[in-house]
Ligand binder design. Structure first.
Ligand code: CP
Ligand code: NVA
Length: 296
């Protein structure tokens, strides 16, 4: 049976913890310049219906470094852009690939793709979630704090975004004490307590943020800039967090909008490790989905 990774909870807590253990090994092997060839002869197809730098490069590098190969399908040149159905595309692609990653808009399109693909499908970001980013974020926090349970995390920004929703899911799974500060109209689905940015960050171990205008929302930019006024992560907001607090941002950042340059470049920022960790966690994820799928 193929296993998809459309949301964090598609893996059990035990599987996620094992994945973080394997990530640690793979990262150490990479740092020691040891060659790992667990995915020799395997192919990953990457489909992007939205832009990407990190996701594309980290998946391509992950496959290459594990002895496999990644193919990027530029959607604009593909038959998807001329109306070929997701169902037909997924079936054909499954004949070539050992796993597929899709970055798209609606979650329903991802689910439809998963239904028709006979190989594992990975969510490379939708409007509703960004679970591979959360894997990297959580691993970065494990490296920093040695644990996740009980950590106090403030997410300041667009709680209704893919990152907001994936943080809510992560907090439930790992018993993270999550406070979300988002303006009215931009809060995550469900009954989440509303915090001001100042109340949310008080004494926290981690401050996480993301852009105010996600891909596909460009027309709302002016309204969003007005709504999110006062939600910037700056030095004065950070001074309310615990002295050991770290800052996460999945990038790309809009310096001067959701985060200031000095915070992003400052000593509390772990964003560069967070970006690098995308590759290490995705190696562990690809091994799990591709190799376990073939042993059953
Ligand atoms: N954080 C992230 O997913 O970055 P890209 O959009 O560059 O892939
Ligand atoms: N929320 C952002 C994340 C980018 C990685 C977006 O969807 O554009």
């Amino acid at each position: 049976m193929k296993r998809d990774f459309l949301k964090l909870s598609d893996l059990s807590l035990g599987e996620l913890n094992a994945l973080f253990e394997r990530t640690k090994e793979l990262k150490a092997l990479r740092k020691a310049r040891k060659v790992v060839t667990t995915l020799q002869g395997r192919t990953l197809v990457l489909v992007f219906e939205k832009s990407s730098t990190r996701t594309r490069l980290s998946f391509e590098a992950a496959m290459a470094q594990l002895g496999g190969h990644a193919i990027v399908l530029p959607v604009a040149d593909s038959q998807l852009s001329r109306g070929e159905s997701v169902a037909d595309t997924a079936r054909v692609m499954s004949g070539y690939a050992d796993a597929i990653m899709l970055r798209t808009f609606e979650d329903a399109r991802l689910a439809e793709f998963a239904r028709h693909a006979s190989v594992p499908l990975i969510n490379g970001l939708t409007d509703g979630g960004h679970p591979v980013q959360l894997l990297a974020d959580l691993f970065t926090l494990i490296e920093k704090f040695g644990k996740l349970e009980g950590l106090k995390v403030a997410f300041v920004g667009d709680g209704s975004s893919n990152m907001g929703h994936s943080w809510v899911e992560a907090a439930d799974l790992f018993r993270i004490d999550l406070r979300i500060a988002s303006p009215e109209g931009y809060r995550p689905k469900g009954s989440v307590k509303a915090f001001s940015p100042q109340d949310a960050v008080k004494g926290v171990d981690v401050v996480a943020t993301d852009v105010w205008t996600s891909m596909g929302q460009e027309k709302e930019k002016a309204a969003r800039l007005a709504a999110f006024k006062g939600y910037i992560v700056d030095a004065s907001l950070m001074s309310l967090a615990a002295p050991h607090a770290v800052v996460l941002h999945c990038l790309p950042a809009h310096r001067g909008e959701e985060i200031t340059d000095d915070v992003l470049e400052g000593p509390k920022s772990v964003v560069w490790a967070e970006a690098e960790n995308r590759m290490h966690v995705q190696k562990a994820l690809l091994e799990k989905l591709i190799l376990e799928g073939q042993s059953s």
